[in-house]
Design a binder for this molecule. Structure first.
Ligand code: SF4
Length: 378
């Protein structure tokens, strides 16, 4: 398989997005406002650190950003102004907290390709590392991020991109292959002016490589289902994606009008049902208070009996319960696989066992429901 970190990442966030881009090779020629903003900031960061003797001043960096600015990608003036102000703030904060000439930069926008052997197949991953610095005792690999949300440290520890970058770096500097902990791996979240870093020792590196192999296997066996998330805002395929394309229909047909009318009725009834549920719960509270006051458990009226019911849930000391029931060979009858917990365990299970568990999976039942959320643009 010939792939890139961004393709692997797009599979992780949405298998369908990966299919559109890496398998069907669809090129929309369009870029979301968020993606274009990210490119403009990356270009400015590159500009800030490029120069033979004298590095650009903050003013020059701000000029560069303004010249690169592309207003066409924003769907309204308000969003455009907010993004531009955000870009200016990023550059100002960067200069406030960093002196660009303090860094010993080894490479910027550093292209790489690294080959990994898995199941007798050679996989080639290529990509671009934003920046590599020489530090006092090693190196630092830095990737700039323009995400709105600052993730947790755990996200950085578990980051596939940094892992791939480290493998690529070690291919270029094989003399450091036995001491990967000398290479600091950092994600620089520019909107928060915060750098989150991690290092990996040799054992961790060997173990974590399995994650990449798991991903190769997952791609091989995938049905490429769409997976909506806030990252859809960055996706160029919304117009052909089954989760979004209805929104982009230019001319509404009679059937579209009918669909809209059904959606409207559905939403109205949903709101009504929500209000009714609230009223029912208030009336339930009143009835229980009346029963409490009259010291009765049932009320009679309108030819009906309203009775108080009592529901309790319990938890048990699982170890002790298991001991008792196992002796009577009854433990298996009470143990059920908890899908939520199983999903968590699968994430840390080694590749071989994970595949074995996946093979045991059988579809038990299937149903469809509806969820409602606000469309940001309307
Ligand atoms: S729009 Fe969202 S769900 Fe559709 S392909 Fe892109 S990321 Fe996936």
């Amino acid at each position: 398989m010939k792939t890139s970190y961004s393709a692997l990442n797009s599979f992780q966030t949405c298998p369908l997005r990966y299919k559109f881009s890496a398998i069907d090779k669809i090129r929309t020629g369009k870029k979301s406002a968020e993606a274009v903003f990210g490119s403009m900031i990356h270009s400015t960061m590159q500009f800030i650190h490029t120069g033979s003797f004298i590095l650009p001043t903050q003013k020059e960096a701000l000029n560069h950003f303004s010249q690169k600015w592309n207003s066409d990608v924003f769907d309204n003036e308000f969003r455009e102004r907010a993004a531009f102000a955000q870009g200016i703030k990023i550059i100002q904060n960067y200069y406030k907290n960093n002196n660009p000439s303090d860094f010993q930069i080894v490479d910027i926008e550093s292209r790489f390709s690294v080959d990994l052997k898995h199941n007798n197949e050679i996989h080639l991953i290529s990509g671009i590392i934003d920046r590599i610095d020489k530090t006092d005792d090693g190196y630092e690999i830095i990737d700039y991020k323009t995400a709105n949300k600052l993730p947790s440290q755990a996200h950085v520890e578990d980051n596939l991109q940094l892992l791939i970058y480290l493998l690529a770096f070690l291919k270029r500097y094989p003399q450091l292959a036995k001491t990967p902990e000398k290479i600091k791996l950092s994600l620089y979240f520019l909107k928060h002016d915060t750098k989150l870093s991690t290092v990996k020792n040799l054992d961790q590196l060997t173990q974590e490589k399995e994650k990449i192999f798991d991903l190769f296997d997952a791609i091989k066996n995938s049905d490429f289902e769409p997976q909506t998330s806030p990252l859809c805002d960055w996706c160029d395929f919304q117009e052909i994606c089954p989760m979004w394309k209805h929104k982009f229909k230019k001319e509404l047909t009679a059937t579209d009008e009918e669909k809209n009318s059904i959606i409207r009725q559905y939403l109205e009834l949903q709101t009504e049902a929500k209000n009714i549920r609230k009223e029912i719960s208030a009336l339930q509270k009143n009835l229980l208070e009346i029963m409490e006051g009259e010291k009765v458990d049932r009320l009679f009226g309108n030819g009906k009996i309203v009775a108080k019911t009592h529901r309790q849930t319990f938890k048990y000391n699982e170890e002790k319960l298991k001991e008792i029931l196992k002796k009577k060979k009854l433990w298996d009858q009470v143990v059920k696989v908890n899908q939520l917990q199983l999903n968590k365990v699968l994430q840390v299970l080694p590749s071989k066992e994970k595949q074995a568990v996946e093979k045991l999976k059988e579809l038990k039942s299937e149903s469809y429901g509806l969820s409602i959320r606000q469309d940001k643009v309307s």
